[in-house]
Design a protein around this ligand. Structure first.
Ligand code: IPD
Length: 299
């Protein structure tokens, strides 16, 4: 357990045990990690803003709709180079580094999980819903999370135990628990594999008559940010990767929501499956209704 800024000021009233030296050191480290990540994320955001309205060099990855631009690569390089200069013992899992052959390996070591542009297809089309998604895991647990959409100046942040924020203002998940009144985020993903598409369309058909509405922003991280913000009740997807959901997980749980496997069990971050919701009732009802799918290979 790590004590964080807000908690430290409360131990004086004897309700919270006084943190030991290790915990105090960890607290100030977490703040240092967060401040550095925020600084580099903002610089990277400037780069995205500068590049979004220019023509892009685009390459294909796993399919004709799974794109990477040179800006994705530049942003990832900027973040990894700067963070590894500041914190030489930290490890990295970055979308474009993994695409280039790096290992997708989460150990107990402090590890930054980075999607340099989540919503690359949106970025290519200048559709203003793309973001940098960055999370720091320590001992395999999320401690720091940032989702930043530079086009709309939306900065979602969370530190473990300190709540979730949009542009510095505390956010909370929606209080709705009636499934019929839920707004649900879902995505078509970056593969048109016929088996997977059957499941995506079946789930759309099942859900559309049972909820207030379905939405897709084209960025898994921003979909999750909408759940944290209380603007949507749930999000699910089969086929995401760990870098799409790493920051969203902490931001949602810090905003009071739940993140799990779509089957209802605990999240398996390498399984490429996720279900997030404002509350357990909506999560469980959604889970029961979903046609399940297991993407391969695992991350
Ligand atoms: C993709 C987006 C998309 C989601 C895909 C992701 P990328 O990430 O988040 O909304 O449906 O599953 O892979 O490729 O733009 O970083």
């Amino acid at each position: 357990m790590f004590f964080v800024r807000g908690a430290l000021s409360r131990y004086n009233n004897y309700l919270i045990p006084k943190p030991n030296k290790f915990q105090i050191r960890m607290t100030s480290n977490i703040t240092t990690f967060y401040d550095a990540a925020l600084k580099y994320t903002k610089t990277a955001g400037e780069l995205i803003l500068e590049k979004i309205s220019h023509s892009k060099n685009i390459e294909l990855k796993s399919s004709e709709i799974d794109l990477v631009t040179e800006t994705d690569q530049q942003v990832e390089k900027l973040l990894i180079q700067n963070l590894s200069k500041d914190f030489p013992d930290h490890k990295f899992i970055g979308e474009e580094s993994v695409a280039g052959g790096s290992q997708c390996n989460l150990t107990d070591a402090p590890t930054w999980i980075i999607d340099p542009i989540d919503g690359t297809m949106n970025f290519v089309h200048t559709f203003p819903h793309s973001c940098i998604s960055i999370a720091l895991f320590i001992e395999k647990k999320p401690q720091v999370a940032i989702i930043y959409n530079p086009m709309l100046k939306q900065l979602f942040t969370a530190l473990k135990g300190q709540g979730a924020y949009l542009n510095g203002k505390k956010i909370q998940v929606s209080k709705e628990s009636d499934f019929k009144k839920a707004l649900i985020m879902m995505e078509f993903g970056t593969s048109r594999d016929p088996e997977k598409m059957k499941v995506v369309l079946a789930n759309q058909n099942v859900l559309i008559n049972q909820v207030h509405g379905l939405r897709a922003l084209g960025s898994a991280a921003l979909d999750m940010a909408m759940v944290a913000l209380g603007a949507a009740e749930a999000y699910f997807e089969f086929g995401i990767h760990i870098w799409d959901i790493a920051a969203g997980e902490l931001i949602i749980t810090e905003a009071g929501g739940v993140v799990m496997d779509p089957s209802g069990g605990p999240i398996d971050r390498f399984s490429r499956r996720v279900l997030a919701a404002n509350c357990r009732e909506i999560a469980e009802e959604l889970s029961k209704k979903l046609v399940q799918y297991q993407p391969t290979p695992r991350d």
